[in-house]
Design a protein around this ligand. Structure first.
Ligand code: NAI
Length: 338
């Protein structure tokens, strides 16, 4: 018989805590929906993130396999798997950051709103768990339609008496990632040098790229503006159609989710000047939620930035975005209040 190396839960967590005390700030991160198309590459990238000491992988299927697989990677984070509703509370207890990509993705011909009926209930259940087991955690909500699931989460937290708007962030980073890529192509630049603010929400016309604020400062012809705005707004559909029924963006989304989660962890650590776009509770417009640049700090989204100067094209886009967003936000709130 060969020796089976054994480490119980407490010694594993001691190891992670020790590492945290030894300089590297170990954060505890849970991924809910970790066995999915986004969840798996997201879990892998988080297992590689030096800011993570403990990684909890929760799903209603296949999380033991994903956990066993990732646990063999020789990176610092300790990975634990949790399967099904009875294990949700253990998955969430003690977490600093909870990333939620649970839910069904789009198929060709579907809008993000078509996902509402299934995903609204999933997000509600998972957020009730967060309110109960880790009410101080930062939540990164990926499940679509983000324009409605963030208001749903807010209502769940309000009901539970744990709502802190700074800690609830809808992930729109993929829109910025796409915008940087497509704008860099037009400008003939390396995408790593380009920064495009994308505001509003995360669906169709609510995705509003502010090309007048691109860094480095650039100007675009009306044709370029039209092409880029359309492509950024429909980037998700481009992938849904190419995948032809097999789902929506997963790999670029996992990359974007980790870019955003890493920014949240750097904020939690106390790094200065961490700024990303996110869909948050907001007073920037008359709507209760809106995506803009936010500054991430020890308590979450500590500062929500104003839109800055818009050109005429963007002002028209803003009005369209607000009209659609208002309905999606209301739909989310009504789902919990009904
Ligand atoms: P997928 O179907 O491949 O994976 C979803 C995972 O969620 C599955 O493993 C499933 O078992 C799990 N799940 C279902 N119900 C659950 C529950 N009650 N608790 C825990 N886990 C549960 O879907 P994919 O491609 O990973 O997409 C996930 C979500 O992310 C979709 O809603 C999609 O629309 C959204 N999305 C959001 C983006 C954004 O920019 N915010 C971009 C791309 C997708």
């Amino acid at each position: 018989a060969h020796l089976q190396p054994q480490m119980d839960e407490s010694s594993i967590l001691r190891r992670a805590d020790c590492r945290a005390k030894g300089g590297s700030p170990g954060f505890k991160v849970a991924i809910l929906g970790a066995a999915g198309g986004i969840g798996q590459p997201l879990a892998m990238l988080m297992k590689m993130n030096p800011l993570v000491s403990v990684l909890h992988l929760y799903d209603v299927v296949n999380s033991p396999g994903v956990t066993a697989d990732l646990s063999h990677m020789d990176t610092g984070a300790v990975v634990r798997g949790f399967l099904g509703q009875p294990q949700l509370e253990s998955a969430l207890t003690g977490m600093d950051l909870v990333i939620i990509p649970a839910g069904v993705p789009r198929k060709p011909g579907m809008t993000r709103d078509d996902l509402f009926n299934i995903n609204a209930g999933i997000v509600k259940t998972l957020c009730e768990g967060v309110a109960k087991c880790c009410p101080n955690a930062i939540v990164n909500l990926i499940s679509n339609p983000v324009n409605s699931t963030v208001p749903i989460a807010a209502e769940v937290f309000k009901k539970a008496g744990t709502y802190d708007p700074k800690r609830l962030l809808g992930v729109t980073t993929l829109d910025i990632v796409r915008a940087n890529t497509f704008v860099a192509e037009v400008l003939g630049l390396d995408p790593r040098e380009v920064n495009v603010p994308v505001v509003g929400g995360h669906s169709g016309v609510t995705i509003l790229p502010l090309l007048s604020q691109v860094k480095p400062p650039s100007s675009f012809t009306p044709e370029e503006t039209e092409y880029l705005t359309n492509r950024i707004q429909n980037g998700g559909t481009e992938v849904v159609e190419a995948k032809a029924g097999a789902g929506s963006a997963t790999l670029s989304m996992a990359y974007a989710a980790v870019k955003f989660a890493d920014a949240c962890l750097r904020g939690l650590r106390g790094d200065a000047g961490v700024v990303e776009c996110a869909f948050v509770a907001s007073e920037v417009t008359e709507l209760p939620f809106f995506a803009t640049k936010v500054r991430l700090g020890r308590t979450g989204a500590e500062e929500v930035y104003q839109l800055g100067p818009l050109n005429e094209y963007e002002r028209v886009g803003l009005e369209k975005a607000k009209e659609e967003l208002a309905g999606s936000i209301q739909k989310g709130i009504a789902f919990i209040k009904k």
